[in-house]
Design a protein. Structure first.
Length: 123
């Protein structure tokens, strides 16, 4: 996951779901699959106290560099399906849907026209 946004609350929520999360304090440089967000849409009506969010965009393979610390979630653990369900940018009931990334994404889209979703798939 990218360090461009404070993801501590997301890491804590993953841990609450029984998912192992590693806090890495080194920088990272490598190739990753990233989701480029073209737009963020919210439902007009509230559902369980929030307006559900949906991202539109596309995947790209890019060279990435993460300065300083970040969170690493290995898919080599029993709840791998839940990891993808919660962190995938286009999941219908994941953390995007429940507005965990809204502040970051709205700021990035407003400033740059697009945003790089701050969860990277590293192969």
């Amino acid at each position: 996951m990218s360090s461009a946004v404070n993801l501590k609350n997301i890491a804590e929520k993953l841990i609450e779901h029984g998912i192992r999360v590693e806090h890495v304090k080194d920088s990272f440089r490598g190739v990753a699959e990233v989701f480029v967000v073209d737009s963020l849409k919210h439902s007009e009506r509230k559902f369980q106290g929030h307006n559900e969010a949906r991202l539109f965009g596309h995947y790209e393979t890019r060279d990435v560099e993460i300065e300083g610390s970040y969170y690493y979630v290995s898919t080599r653990q029993p709840k791998v399906n839940l990891i993808f369900y919660l962190l995938e940018p286009e999941s219908d009931d994941g953390f995007v849907n429940w507005n965990f990334f809204d502040d970051f994404l709205i700021r990035e889209i407003n400033e740059n026209g697009t945003a790089i979703f701050p969860v990277f798939k590293i192969f």
